[in-house]
Design a protein. Structure first.
Lengths: 417, 284
């Protein structure tokens, strides 16, 4: 018997195995083609731009391109003493070209970032350079200002030679590369970013904790009440969930202001005197209260959907076996709700860590988060590469949490409403 | 939840404590929304209850802020509402079409790299909005779409599709694929099968995903803040500016309208969810 006859053939005479594989491949392509439009759309408009952020955050080509000759001649310079005449000459040529193209202002801004004091000496150089004679540029440039004779300033220029830099990331955690090339922290009173990162983590953590403590009892109540009551109460959870974020923030602004309802109430019950109403908005308190209320539904819904599946007979069984209601709850009910707790906590934490609108409106100066800093650099200082670097650091944190979430719960299990 | 008669006192106390806690939390959740209603009828220019309002004096209430919202001079709300609705409708259509088609592919068991692709498709929901905003802004600026309606619609499609993908894949998970095979074996082409068989069955999921996409677009402010020019102002942008700069009760009038709108959407979404669960045979 030959091996040919051992194979089952389809009516066309093709072996069944081959035919099935072909059909399988066809189905795969069909499924993929359905997903392709959205995937392609997201890749182009969303995923690649995030990659673009990465490029921007490390990009430092600007000075590299403005002073090409200088950096080429600096390659041979060891940086210990003042650079040789060749470097001065090429710097003069590069600089004259920039002045002609009216780009010297940009150079001075950029170099001033690296070392303070470049702005004035570049201005002076531009004025004097018109009357320079050919040859011996070293003497002539050094005569413009004493700082041009300081080797530190030439080292500062040399530090801008690489086209890529990790500077923005270091700045995001309040560190920088000092003149010896070591990575050190900035002075203690200027560590603003570390404070922001820690505050963001702190607020996200406590908001998650508060949400959990408040959501657990009401999710339990919703899951155990008879349908007709629980549906009504569910509206209390779902209505805020569907209401505009800005509307909810606005209502907290009204409630928490000094002449607001909450303060009125405190005065009425005699908790505080009328003339010493506490500031509850434009600080951390405002951020905590508003964010907790806004994110609470995201904790209640996953908890509820898990609690709904727990049979009440389990608690009865626990009690009939001699456990007090508390023991039965702690040993039977609580462990069963852990998947819901994990889902809710991670969801709220991820949302809280990237919150922007609410802290910006009710947080004031002491209640803002890292997102507000990113927006500030995007809109006010226009330091987009720094904003990108901070955004990507935040993204890395969120993706790490998302990864854990995926391992524990699975992204396919996210339930909405 | 009535307690049995034999309940010990300490459990009785505990039970009432638990009910009190729950009441407080529900109050905390819902009460802030109700502050807005009465204050939007304030006759005065303050955002707190006047003496007259506390005494329920009819003269302390008025519709002046609603009038200001609609007829106010150089008021931005008309343009903002128009823009918001146009953008939200197109963004919803785009999200629903792209999302539903992708969900059909994703729920096929032949789909390769399912986990990775799913993660990519729903990533705009996980990535903090501020980062999405920065990334989308870089793209739109390069493509010359910043400060255009098209740019904002595309941005909202990005943010809205994850919701459609999630709801429609969830609906399709309970879908009996033999009905589409039956249709094909009876000679129907795939498009016809989808329109006549699949779509009507998954419609509740599609619509509720669409509602999510609509609300996301209608309420979105972070990305729009980066993208919008003066011409493309939306309701959330106007509210944002208003809350930051001149806090006037007109905002409360707008907020009241938005709460009514969200109540309508909530009711629709709930009805759809129940219908879809009934259709899938989940009885609760």
């Amino acid at each position: 018997m030959s091996s040919e006859t051992g194979k089952i053939l389809t009516t066309d005479g093709i072996p069944l195995e081959v035919s099935l594989k072909k059909a399988e491949r066809k189905n795969k392509i069909k499924a993929f083609l359905l997903v392709a439009p959205l995937l392609l759309f997201l890749l182009i408009t969303y995923i690649f731009p995030i990659g673009d952020m990465l490029m921007r955050s490390v990009d430092d080509k600007m000075v590299t391109e403005m002073l090409p000759k200088t950096f080429k001649s600096m390659e041979k310079w060891d940086g210990k003493e003042l650079p040789p005449e060749e470097v001065f000459e090429s710097f003069y040529l590069d600089f004259q070209k920039l002045v002609e193209e009216k780009r010297d202002g940009k150079l001075s801004t950029q170099l001033n970032y690296t070392k303070n004091g470049f702005k004035s000496i570049l201005k002076k150089l531009r004025r004097k350079a018109k009357n320079f004679e050919e040859g011996n540029y070293k003497e002539q440039i050094m005569a413009v200002h004493q700082r041009w004779a300081d080797v530190e300033y030439w080292r500062a220029i040399q530090r801008r030679a690489p086209a890529y830099t990790s500077q923005k990331y270091l700045k995001g955690i309040d560190m920088y590369k000092n003149e010896e090339g070591n990575i050190v922290s900035v002075e203690e009173d200027r560590r603003i970013h570390r404070i922001l990162w820690l505050r963001t983590l702190e607020i996200a953590f406590f908001v998650t904790l508060l949400c959990f403590l408040m959501a657990y009892p009401i999710a339990h109540l919703l899951a155990t009440l008879p349908m007709k009551y629980s549906n009504l109460l569910m509206i209390c959870v779902l209505l805020p969930f569907w209401t505009s974020l800005l509307v909810r923030t606005a209502s907290w602004m009204i409630l928490l202001q000094q002449q607001g309802v909450v303060n009125d109430f405190f005065v009425m019950i005699g908790l505080v005197a009328d003339d010493s109403r506490p500031e509850m908005m434009f600080n951390k308190t405002g951020t905590y209260v508003a964010m907790t209320q806004i994110l609470l539904p995201f904790m209640v819904l996953p908890l509820y959907s898990v609690m709904k599946t727990i049979s009440p007979s389990l608690m009865r069984a626990g009690k009939s076996l001699g456990g007090t209601p508390f023991v039965a709850f702690w040993k039977v009910y609580f462990p069963l709700t852990i998947p819901g707790i994990g889902a809710g906590c991670l969801l709220v934490f991820i949302l809280a860590i990237g919150y922007y609108i609410t802290p910006a409106l009710v947080g004031g100066a002491s209640g803002t988060l890292i997102s507000n800093q990113i927006a500030f650099h995007m809109k006010s200082t226009l330091d987009w590469s720094f904003a990108s670097a901070m955004g990507l650091m935040l993204l890395a944190g969120v993706l790490a949490i998302y990864w854990v979430y995926n391992k524990l719960v699975g992204v396919d299990n996210i339930k909405l409403g | 939840m009535a307690l049995p008669k034999y309940t010990e006192t300490r459990y009785r106390v505990w039970h009432y404590f638990y009910i009190t806690i729950c009441t407080c939390v529900f109050f905390f959740l819902i009460a802030p929304l109700f502050v807005i209603f009465p204050l939007s009828f304030n006759a005065e220019e303050f955002l707190s209850f006047s003496e007259g309002m506390k005494n329920l004096d009819p003269d302390a209430f008025s519709l002046r802020w609603y009038k200001d919202m609609i007829y106010g001079t150089k008021n931005p709300w008309g343009l903002a509402a128009k823009n918001s609705f146009i953008i939200a409708i197109f963004a919803t259509l785009g999200s629903v079409i792209l999302g539903t088609v992708a969900a059909l592919g994703l729920s096929s068991r032949h789909m390769p790299y399912k986990g990775l692709i799913m993660a990519t498709l729903i990533s705009p929901m996980i990535v903090p909005l501020i980062i999405s905003g920065v990334a989308i802004f870089f793209f739109m600026a390069k493509a010359g779409l910043a400060a255009t309606h098209t740019g904002i619609v595309l941005a909202h499609i990005i943010l809205g599709t994850p919701f459609v993908v999630i709801t429609v894949t969830a609906t399709l998970s309970g879908f009996d694929h033999s009905v589409t095979r039956a249709a094909s074996s009876l000679g129907s082409d795939p498009v016809n099968t989808f329109m006549k068989i699949t779509l009507p069955l998954i419609l509740p999921g599609v619509i509720s995903g669409g509602l999510f996409a609509f609300v996301t677009s209608f309420d979105e402010v972070v990305v729009v803040l980066f993208l919008a020019g003066l011409e493309n102002t939306t309701i959330p942008i106007q509210m944002w500016t208003g809350l930051r700069e001149q806090l006037s009760p007109t905002i409360l009038a707008v907020a009241t309208c938005l709460i009514i709108l969200s109540t309508l959407i909530l009711v629709t979404a709930e009805l759809l969810r129940r219908r879809s669960e009934r259709l899938r045979g989940i009885n609760r």
